[in-house]
Write a protein that binds this ligand. Structure first.
Ligand code: ZN
Length: 289
């Protein structure tokens, strides 16, 4: 393999990537134009005749000034999609997006292909303008999955179980939300029935999602209105993104659908409760892919 690296002038510290999808309108924008800050291409060597099909692709790691692609994190899987060079001569097919939490730099990982048969190394140089396009169908189902997790929170509150959330797993292979606390065994059956009904009511009410950026103090006031559910001590001094789904606010960095009614089509519902060692896990899923 031969690697070529292009990076920002002087190779110094990179600036944070602006995450467009964190604003309200940006949550629903799948495309943006961006500028390449750094790009590392790793192509198969011409002399390496033994390269397998896997090795014969040109891999890429690219940093941009801004992106609409959600990096994996906060319990939500990575977006996938394409980054097109200006003029469309090359395409980077992105299968993973990662965020370095310390630096705030997002890296788009994938492979590149030339659409014209031209030299790939002439594309994606620092300063080049590119077009970012998130895969819309995957984004939609992941946003539904994440939003449904918030609806579980709201359903729990509606059923009088306001417990501190400890984990959200919004992956399609078996999503769930976990809370600190316990439910007596004799209550679990009726709670599940009540939660399922509350979830469906909240979905039928088609409640609009709101996304706001608040000061840390305001975010704490809004999110801990009914109970001290969230610990803001780990938050820095920066503003906090507060997402309200089904009337229930919480600090969140994921992507969401515009209203709970969008969970009807794929038949999202609560599927089970499990209690173990002071953790309540509420499982939910879709019924139609
Ligand atoms: Zn969220």
């Amino acid at each position: 393999m031969t690697a070529s690296t292009t990076s920002t002038e002087g190779g110094g510290k990179q600036r944070r990537t602006e995450l467009k999808h964190l604003t309200y309108s940006g949550n629903f924008e799948l495309k943006c134009t961006a500028t390449v800050l750094a790009c590392r291409l790793c192509s198969p060597s011409d002399e390496d005749a033994t390269a397998s099909a896997e090795q014969s692709v040109t891999k890429v790691e690219m940093n941009l000034d801004v992106t609409t692609m959600h990096p994996q994190g906060g319990g939500q899987p990575t977006d996938i999609g394409n980054i097109f060079s200006e003029g469309g001569a090359a395409r980077a097919i992105i299968d993973r997006v990662s965020l370095d939490r310390e630096t705030g730099v997002v890296t788009h990982h994938g492979r590149v292909e030339s659409t014209t048969g031209g030299d790939l190394s002439e594309n994606f140089s620092p300063g080049d303008s590119v077009s970012v396009a998130v895969d819309p169908s995957r984004r939609l189902v992941l946003s539904e999955c994440h939003t449904a997790g918030h609806v579980v929170d709201s359903a729990m509150a509606r059923c009088g179980k306001i417990l501190p959330p400890t984990k959200g797993y919004h992956f399609l292979d078996g999503p769930y939300v976990e809370y600190k606390g316990s439910i007596p065994p004799e209550e679990r059956g009726s709670l599940l029935t009540d939660l399922q009904a509350a979830f469906q009511d909240l979905v039928k009410d088609d409640i609009a999602t709101t996304i706001e950026t608040l000061s840390k103090d305001d975010a704490e006031r809004v999110c801990n209105r009914l109970a001290k559910n969230f610990d803001f001590s780990e938050f820095g001094e920066e503003d906090v993104r507060v997402v309200t789904v089904a009337g229930w606010p919480c600090p969140c960095g994921g992507t969401h659908v515009k209203s709970t009614g969008q969970l009807i089509e794929r038949g999202w519902s609560i599927t089970g409760i499990k209690c173990k060692k002071g953790v309540v896990r509420v499982k939910y899923n879709l019924s139609k892919r």
